[in-house]
Design a protein around this ligand. Sequence first.
Ligand code: CUA
Length: 181
Amino acid sequence: MSRSSEPLGAVLTSLSLLLLIIPWSLGGAYTAEEGAGDAHAGHGGPGEMLPGQFMAITLLFEENNWDADAGIVVAPDPGWMVMGGERMSMNPVYLAAYQWGYSPAEIQLEAGVEYQFRMMTMDVYHGASVSTDSGSQMVRLIPGVVIEQRLTFDEPGEYTLYCSYYCGEQHNGMSGKIVVV
Ligand code: CUA
């Protein structure tokens, strides 16, 4: 068992380098017309990535932002910056969907802070739907396509993330939790 941990460490180290590079290279793949599901057209949209690659980044995101005391993944400061006239987050929130759940299953956000979510499904089509104070947000998730969605929760509380696209027998029970503090 301990043998496998060393190569894994090496893989994770190189993946963390990828993590720094990929968000920037993704930018070139965005097209405004494919921005369906993004409430802010032209402020990001889908990019292509292998599901396995996205999952690896998501697992790193969870590991790097795991708060052992709180027992939950805490989203980092989104670090908004402007590049080429476009606002973008240096620390997006990664969310992977699968049959039948989300990873991370729970995430903590700060009230009144705008976050940039990056989402993808690992297997079949799924949805991600959540009701914020300013209305309901819903996106369809497609394998191999990174969907970006900006979300701000003004009121602290617990919000449920629902799958909004039929994805199999446990579709109705597929949910995640967003804790806003
Ligand atoms: Cu996942 Cu419906």
